[in-house]
Structure formats: structure tokens, C-alpha cells
Design a protein around this ligand. Structure first.
Ligand code: MOS
Length: 725
């Protein structure tokens, strides 16, 4: 089914099940430790051995010699796989770094070997006995050292301009020219990358932890040089991904190679330090922002230039994305530069682009408001736009930023803020209020599903969609229940298996709207088939209360399914509505922060926001997504920082003791309000993504509150106490 005209009224609009704050179906499994994660699938591979990956000890260079003799003699060892005996491998187009080094080493901790043994302890012990000699070459590891001269990414394509920025900025009566930096960040999801690989002849099955099942099949096929049809990927439960599991990594590739070599299924989990140096990270950025405005606060010129680095052939952090769309202004410029660095692969982390981009832009907006002597909420309202400011003929599909700002300010008590920093004291603490807009693009992805009804009236949905902690199981069940007129407990949802129809997967906050739209399409097909089978006119057939009705006839859904059951299958594809309209999600964050007068310690005391993301399919799981994003925003503002050792080119603080993320004590009560909007240009669900929105702008709101509290403007994240004092 193709979605190419705005959605009219449809069964989802009934909102009997959709839109209700429903508990997550997988919640009890997850909190009781009974959801089977990839590494725990002992049922599927009882005879499995363990693999431990040996990572490169240099960041750049060449392997001169690998000596595995000692490791092979160690107790319990079954095999050691390196580039010398792995056979011919390809490289997936989606991978920047190769998953097995040799003879070249592209980054520190890149896999150079996997040791397979009977037990995990034996494999780990033997891994330490693999000796690798390297010829080390000099690499580049610091963004600030390579920034100058770094070209605009994609052969100059990542540049946008309109009007005459330079002229308008030069003549603006009020202006700001400031540079901000954000550090490298690591996903640090709870469940590390983990895989069990098993071969049956030439067929490979991977029980793994992955966000995008069809991409995983494709990338394994391109790496192992075997047909996609020979690969099955299973990933029904994922303990967090944040973009780090968008693509298969070394755990999956090395487990497959190890299982082949050992002639047994092999289990591999990356150790916590490997998450940071063996997989991917969000790259550090340097961002220069210039804003010029007239005395009334209207932006006349705005420019955002951003720099990040990646391995050769990699991509940039698209931190100027939001600046292309968020505020009005006739004269504009954005440039996204990319430098070559020899750090581990830079890649997507939750809201790639907007997350670090908003950390800079929304502090710049706060600085401009202060220069103008304007309230920061007011400054944003004055510069709102209902059209794409780079292409004014293109409207937003739906945009309610002003409502978010006004309602958020009112709910938070923004009028109590003293615009002069450093004025409010509570004992040993200086207290301040700050705010920022929230903005994240909305993307829609083709997504398919199969939906069946059996003779007992049970509905089963199957799709290769993943639930990475987001609530996919639940919103998909709600969608099928709404479409087929049955209660939620009559729906079974099966996810995360490449044998099911290909879905949108989980990424870029497209999963919620796109995967449910795919289920909608499959339900439309199923409803048509049922109507046809009953001889009903499909135009006036209704599905409600477990019955299929048309005119004065009504048949139980179970009866309609018959002894053999009935099923439908389809996918939702998208036309040009995404190009014709700018589709995005919006919000306003408000934060109260306190800074200790003596120690500089920063505490977030209150955090709330109002968000506009179209129809909210499940207010409970959507709220969890947003508070998760806000929490990540506290981490980005105050603690997350993957520290580069500039001599050896690796992230030093590679565990959760040293790479800090917020804990409960760091997170205050958070309030989330959703606007009751519908966006009929996104899909028949009229929903948009919400999984990344809560992060975008949150860190800037914290930074702005810290400034209001103590009067110290910090432009280099994270805001640690040494920068306040
Ligand atoms: Mo998201 S960073 O696209 O999983």
C-alpha cells in the first residue's frame, strides 16, 4: 500500500485501543529477567562453545605476525580465527571499518582474532595468549588538530545557503559569533553486542541483538559472501541500542567465523570496554554559530558550521540539520565538514545530528536572547516559521512549536525566572532556570507485516520489527487490535526474525510510526480478505467487539476466520509527502538547575517539557521514550565524555565506572506533556517519531539553566565543576 496523499479518517481514529496509556506487553518478561536475550538462548544451541575477541593493540598500522600457538595449546581451546585463516571475506557497504583486521589495522581494538573454547573462562584466558606484533604508524586522533582544512562532506554537497549571509550578518545591529564543542560519546546500552552463531551446512543462524534485521542479513551476506537466503537473523529482545546496533558488528561476524571453524555454535558477547573502542561512537563536534538580528529580535542572518571526524570513507555528524529548519531568517548558511581521524568508527547515536547540533544552537539562542535583552521563550516565538526557511515554498506538515513554548513556560512557572544570572540563592546553592526548544526530523520508512486470525479469534502479527526497549510490541498490538476490533489480549505480536516480513526496523525515531503503519497496511489487506470471504461489501464493513459487520449482518471474527484461519500481508510505502512537506517533531524543555557555590557541583532539580509529535500511540511508552531522552540530555550536559588518548588513539575511560551516565540521583522528577495533534501527512497512523525528540535540546536547557544560576557561560560540553569554578 502506498501512502501518497494525506490520510483521511480511518479505523485508527476511533482510538479505542490506540492512544491509551497501555503497559508494555514485554514489561513483565524484562523486569523478571525472563525475556530471552541473545546471549541467553541456550535452548537454541545446547552444544555451543564460547568466543572471545582479541582487539588490536594499536590504533593504526599493520600486523606483522600473529602467533596463536600458545593460545591453541591452552586448555579447552577449539580454534583461533584470524585474517590468515578466515577465508575470503567481503566488506559490507554499510561498514566503514572492517570487522576483522589484517594485515591493516584501522583502529584501536579492531578485532584481530577470535579464540573459541569450551568455556568462557578458557576462551578469555587463551585470548590473552595470542601474540600479535604490529608495525605501528602515526595516526590522527584529535579533532581540533585536523579541523582546519577539513573539507565540506560529500564532495562539497553538505552545504546549504540562502540569501546573503555575510552581508546580513555584517550589518546586523545585534550579533553573536560563538564556537561550541561536544565530546565523543558512547551508546553504553545495558545489553552489550552479543551473538550466538550456528551453522547448519551452508545455512547460518544468528541469535543477536540488533535494531535492523534486514540490514543485518544484508551486511552479513556482503561480509561472508553468502546469499541472503542462507542467513537467518533472530533478535526478539534487545536491551538498548541507541544506534549502536543499527548494523551488525564484530560480535556477529566473528561468531559466524568462529562457529564455522569450531564446527559448533559459538556465543560471543563484547566486553564493556569493547563497546567503546571496538564498535562505534558518536563523534565529537566543533560548531561555530553566527546569528544576527534586528533590535526587535528578528533573526536576519544565521550560520552554522560544524566539524567532526571519522575513519576514511566514513560520514560526518550532521549537526547543522536543525539549523536548516528550526528558525526563520532570510540569510542563511550551513556547512558540515568532515575530517579524517583514526579513532574507532564514528556513527549514529540517538538523534545523530540534532542531538549535538541542538546542544550548540540552543545555547547560541540563549546567548542571543540575552544580548537582545529578550526573554528566550519570546525570542524563539518571534522567530518561528511555518515554512522551510531554506525553501519557503515548502510548508511543514504540521508544526506547533509556539504552543509547546507557551504551554511549557506556563506549566513550568517560567515567569518566576530572574533574567539576570546569579541572583537566586538557596543555602549553598545558586539556582537558575533555563529552557531550549526541542527539534528532531521525522522520517518514514517502508515497513511490512503479516497479520492472521485463527479459529479461536486470536490475532497474530509477525514482522521483523525490533523492540529495543521502545514499546514496539505494545503499539503494534494496539494497532492490530484497533484495526480488527478485538481487545488487546487477543493479539500476539512476534518480532525480530528475518523470516517475517521486512519492517522499518528501529532507528532514527522512525520505528513507531513506520512499523505500525506497516501493520495498518497488513490489517487493511486482512480486512479486505475477510470481507470478501463473507461476501460483504468491503466499503461498509466494520470490525468491532470481535465481530465483522456489514449492513444488518454480523459474524464473529473467529467464525469468519474459519477452521483454517485467514491472514493478510502488505507493507506501507511512501510517496513524496516527505519531500513536499517538511516533517519534524517539536518541543520545549524547561530545567531548574542548582550550582554549589563552593564546589561547583551541578544538580538538575526539575525538568519538564511539552512535545508535539503527532498522534501519541501510547502515552505511557511515549512518555518513557521522552524521559529517557531527557535523561540522556542530562548525561550529555553534565557527564558523558569519551576521553581520547592522543598518543595511542583510543578512548581511555572505556567502562561505566569512568564513562559516566546519569544515575537515579542525577535525575529529578520529569514531567512530559504531549500536544493532542495529528499529522495526516506522515502515515494513516497520523503519528511521528518520539524516541529521539526528548534528547534534542535537553542538554542545552540544562546548560542555559546553569548559566542563569551562576553566570558562567560554558561552551564546551560536558559542564563539569572545574569549568564552573
Ligand atoms: Mo538511531 S541513532 O538512528 O538508532
Amino acid at each position: 500500500m502506498k501512502f501518497d496523499t494525506p490520510a483521511g479518517r480511518n479505523p485508527i481514529d476511533q482510538q479505542k485501543v490506540i492512544g491509551k496509556p497501555t503497559d508494555r506487553i514485554d514489561g513483565p518478561l524484562k523486569v523478571t529477567g525472563t525475556a530471552p536475550y541473545a546471549f541467553e538462548r541456550n535452548d537454541v544451541a545446547p552444544n555451543h562453545a564460547y568466543g572471545v575477541i582479541v582487539g588490536a593493540g594499536v590504533a593504526k598500522g599493520r600486523i606483522k605476525r600473529i602467533d596463536a600457538a600458545d593460545a591453541l595449546r591452552a586448555p579447552g581451546v577449539l580454534s583461533v580465527v584470524t585474517y590468515e585463516n578466515a577465508g575470503k571475506l567481503g566488506k559490507a557497504k554499510a561498514h566503514t571499518a572492517t570487522m576483522l583486521a589484517g594485515p591493516e589495522v584501522e583502529h584501536y581494538d579492531q578485532a584481530v582474532a577470535i579464540v573459541v573454547a569450551e568455556t568462557f573462562e578458557q576462551a578469555r584466558d587463551a585470548a590473552k595468549r595470542v601474540r600479535v606484533d604490529y608495525a605501528r604508524t602515526k595516526g590522527k586522533y584529535e579533532l581540533k588538530a585536523v579541523k582546519d582544512g577539513a573539507p565540506i562532506a560529500k564532495g562539497d554537497k553538505m552545504k546549504t545557503a540562502r540569501g546573503d549571509f555575510a552581508g546580513a550578518f555584517a550589518s546586523a545591529p545585534v550579533k553573536l559569533d560563538a564556537t561550541y564543542t561536544t565530546p565523543d560519546q558512547s551508546h553504553m546500552m545495558m545489553e552489550p553486542h552479543a551473538t550466538i552463531a550456528a551453522w547448519n551446512g551452508d545455512e547460518l543462524t544468528l541469535w543477536t541483538s540488533n535494531q535492523m534485521i534486514a540490514w543485518a542479513v544484508r551486511d552479513m551476506s556482503e561480509t561472508l559472501l553468502i546469499p541472503k537466503e542462507k542467513i537467518r537473523v533472530v533478535s526478539p529482545y534487545v536491551g538498548g541500542g541507541f544506534g549502536g546496533k543499527l548494523w551488525v558488528r564484530s560480535d556477529a561476524v566473528m561468531a559466524a567465523l568462529a562457529a564455522k571453524a569450531a564446527g559448533r555454535p559459538v556465543k560471543v558477547a563484547l566486553a564493556r570496554p569493547q563497546l567503546m573502542n571496538n564498535t562505534t561512537h558518536r563523534p565529537a563536534t566543533i560548531q561555530r554559530i553566527r546569528i544576527g538580528a534586528d533590535k526587535a529580535g528578528k533573526i536576519t542572518a544565521i550560520a552554522h558550521q560544524t566539524w567532526s571526524g571519522d575513519l576514511p570513507g566514513g560520514g560526518p555528524e550532521t549537526a547543522a540539520n536543525q539549523t536548516q529548519l528550526l528558525y526563520a531568517g532570510d540569510n542563511r548558511l550551513t556547512e558540515t565538514h568532515l575530517a579524517v581521524l583514526d579513532l574507532p568508527e564514528a556513527n549514529a547515536m540517538r538523534a545523530p545530528g540534532e542531538a549535538p547540533g541542538m546542544m550548540a544552537l540552543e545555547v547560541a539562542m540563549d546567548e542571543m536572547a540575552e544580548k537582545l535583552g529578550m526573554d528566550p521563550v519570546r525570542f524563539r516565538i518571534v522567530n518561528d516559521t511555518l515554512v522551510d526557511p531554506e525553501k519557503p515554498e515548502r510548508k511543514f506538515s504540521d508544526r506547533n512549536l509556539v504552543r509547546c513554548l507557551e504551554e511549557g513556560a506556563q506549566k513550568f512557572g517560567w515567569d518566576r525566572r530572574n533574567p539576570k544570572p546569579g541572583q537566586v540563592r538557596d543555602g549553598d546553592w545558586l539556582v537558575g532556570l533555563g529552557m531550549a526548544a526541542a527539534f528532531r526530523n521525522n522520517m518514514n520508512m517502508k515497513s511490512g507485516a503479516r497479520v492472521g486470525v485463527d479459529r479461536k479469534g486470536m490475532v497474530t502479527v509477525a514482522t521483523d520489527m525490533t523492540d529495543i526497549g521502545t514499546g514496539s510490541y505494545t503499539i503494534i498490538a494496539q494497532t492490530a487490535a484497533e484495526m480488527l476490533g478485538v481487545p488487546l489480549d487477543k493479539v500476539v505480536v512476534l518480532l525480530g526474525d528475518s523470516r517475517f516480513p521486512v519492517s522499518a526496523g528501529s532507528g532514527g525515531q522512525w520505528g513507531g510510526n513506520s512499523s505500525t503503519a506497516g501493520v495498518y497496511a497488513a490489517c487493511v489487506d486482512l480486512r479486505r480478505r475477510i470481507a470478501q470471504k463473507l461476501g460483504f461489501n468491503s466499503d461498509d464493513v466494520t470490525f468491532a467487539d470481535g465481530k465483522v459487520s456489514s449492513g444488518n449482518r454480523a459474524v464473529d471474527l473467529a467464525k469468519a476466520a474459519g477452521d483454517e484461519g485467514i491472514s493478510g500481508e502488505d507493507s506501507m510505502e511512501y510517496g513524496t509527502l516527505e519531500k513536499d512537506y517538511a516533517q519534524a517533531t517539536f518541543g520545549a524543555h524547561f530545567v531548574e538547575a542548582a550550582v554549589n557555590v563552593y564546589t561547583g557541583e551541578i544538580r538538575v532539580r526539575r525538568m519538564s517539557g511539552v512535545y508535539d509529535a503527532g498522534r501519541i500511540l501510547n502515552p505511557k511508552s511515549a512518555r518513557s521514550q521522552v524521559i529517557g531522552g531527557m535523561t540522556m540530555g542530562i548525561g550529555a550536559a553534565l557527564m558523558e565524555d569519551a576521553v581520547v588518548d592522543p598518543r595511542f588513539g583510543y578512548f581511555v575511560n572505556h567502562d561505566l565506572a569512568e564513562y559516566h551516565v546519569p544515575v537515579h540521583l542525577d535525575v529529578p522528577h520529569q514531567e512530559v506533556v504531549f500536544l493532542d495533534t495529528l499529522d495526516d501527512k506522515t502515515s494513516p497512523m497520523k503519528a511521528k517519531g518520539v524516541g529521539e525528540l526528548g534528547l534534542c535540546g535537553a542538554a542545552a536547557a540544562v546548560a542555559n539553566a546553569v548559566y542563569n544560576a551562576c553566570g558562567v557561560r560554558i561552551r564546551d560540553y560536558p559542564l563539569t565543576l572545574d569549568k564552573v569554578l
